[in-house]
Ligand binder design. Sequence first.
Ligand SMILES: [Zn+2]
Length: 351
Amino acid sequence: MRALLMIGEGRLEMDDIAMPDVREGWALVRTVASAAGLFHTQMVKGMLDTGGLPRILGHEIVGEIVEAGSPASPSPGTLVVADAVVGCGVCEWCIRGEDSICPWMHHLGIDLDGGFAEYVLVPEANIFPLPSDIRLEEAVMLSSAVPATVHAVSRVGVDAGMRVAVSGVGSIGFSVCQVAKAFGATTIVAADVSDGQLEAVAPWVDATVNVGGMTPAEADAAIREAGGVEHGFDVGFETAGHPSSVATTIKVLRPGGRAMMMGICDGQTAISFDSYLAEFVRREVSLVTTFGFTRHDFLVGNALYLAGRLDVSPLVGPTVALEDVPATLAHIAEHGTGGKRYVVDVGMGAG
Ligand SMILES: [Zn+2]
């Protein structure tokens, strides 16, 4: 089969290799599409342990079942999306359904072979059927962006009638606004420093605020005023990964509110308060973090998408061929992705 192999730091190479051997409990999937983004540029630089080389990257996998042993598995030919997180299945976290924080977790496309190849092995428990007429470019968004958002919105407990502030509306913040609305949030205010991003998310939220040049205190006041939420928001999402956005997200909370920290700040990060007691401790706020997703998040995310509650089309970037992934990653490393996911065509025309 054709595969794009990572053979060393910064080195990707197309090759013809043997098909993977089918194992009990694992399904053989013909890859239809995968995705390329900033994460892959970091993987190629050696950010995470690949568990040996060569390794086939590509943690976002949409494909077609070729062979699966379980009677519960979709039949051959069914279009599926795969959850790339492979928990050990044995530990206390896996028993709780917290696959994404299993200390013994493996990951397709990181330390197990992933979707940058014509065929891939996926645990049968990690496969979710999709309708055959789904737009393939959008199906790719169901493999990571949507479940990651569902995970965060669920973990922080967004519920009917809640008031939500979202700081940073790139691709993840954009999805957060939609999923929070689907979970029942009735007031959503989006803040960003880009008018373009705010215009894109405007149809999904009640108000937008450009917080460019504002201090966190000024941003807090502007976001409360825009939402008509004088005493603060039930939930704040931080997706920008910037210390001032972190500070704003904590400030906009009502007493007893909860902040979901999704953005990744660079390196050592300090959060400062003028009064640690008045602004933080005595307000009884909760800070929650998130990483990845669980299999349950796929059930929820796919159902919301198929019911028309999510529009993932603004997340879809250009489609590139598998052999063009190295050049695409070089382009992304230099110019970014503009809040989009590049779709990798592995076998979109076949089948
Ligand atoms: Zn485990």
